[in-house]
Write a protein that binds this ligand. Structure first.
Ligand SMILES: [Zn+2]
Length: 238
């Protein structure tokens, strides 16, 4: 078994037997992996309290063929602010859910890792609801699913864009309105996020446009991963 050190975000953990826990980690250098945290459910365990979902950790792991062992975990940030109220928990969990769906076991994805840590941290510091759809959009872009928000998919015009079709990952014009309605404010916000200017999008976007963007991005995410997200409120489904 090789010993490695890495940075990790806890996606979830579940009980194993009487005293242990299996932890699903998204690590920066080794991708997503499952590790056993031995004795972590005993009251004296130093690791136990640190392997909660959303915790950002420095970890030390024994890498086995089938099973990895978490031998040390030091907290970089527990992100406890996200566990205080239900809406925050739900938003943060939806970030973890999409990360889980977009990542593959043992396949490093440091760009997505850094974007995830930034999104979780930003959400903890400032609970703007836009961090979640902005992160979804950015995560899909990192994974190669960036949508075309510039020209109508059917005629190529960049004028009079009125709809976004999640399945074809593209916008359409008023002559070919396929998909769900997109407001000019939501379109601008989504473009800004894809251009790496999410913080500007947060400042200039109105609440009704944020709501449109959230709904469109959720539909887009679900179309790309070909399944429904469990952590998303039904009100955001178009
Ligand atoms: Zn058109």
């Amino acid at each position: 078994m090789a010993l490695i050190r890495d940075e990790a975000l806890v996606i979830r953990s579940y009980k194993l037997g009487e005293a242990d826990r299996i932890v699903l980690l998204f690590t920066k250098g080794h991708g997503k992996l499952r590790a056993i945290a031995k004795g972590s459910r005993k009251t004296k365990s130093r690791i136990g309290g640190r392997v909660e979902p959303l915790s950002h950790l420095n970890v030390q792991l024994w890498m086995g063929k089938d099973l990895h062992i978490l031998s040390q975990a030091e907290t970089i940030d527990s992100n406890f602010e996200l566990r205080i109220d239900l809406p925050s928990i739900q938003r943060a969990m939806s970030i973890l859910e999409i990360v889980d769906k977009l990542t593959h076991d043992d396949y490093p994805d440091p760009t997505l890792f850094d974007a995830t840590i930034r999104a979780v941290r930003s959400l903890a510091n400032n609970k703007s609801v836009m961090y979640v759809p902005a992160f979804f959009l950015r995560a899909l872009q990192i994974e190669g699913f960036g949508p075309n928000l510039d020209t109508c998919r059917l005629c190529g015009t960049n004028d009079d864009i009125v709809a976004f079709d999640p399945r074809s990952a593209a916008v359409t014009c008023s002559q070919h309105p396929i998909g769900s309605e997109i407001t000019p404010g939501a379109l601008r916000a989504m473009r800004l996020v894809l251009q790496g200017q999410a913080s500007r999008a947060f400042v200039v976007t109105k609440r009704e446009d944020e709501f449109v963007m959230e709904g469109l991005v959720v539909s887009f995410c679900e179309a790309m991963i070909e399944r429904k997200l469990k952590t998303i409120s039904p009100v955001l489904r178009h």
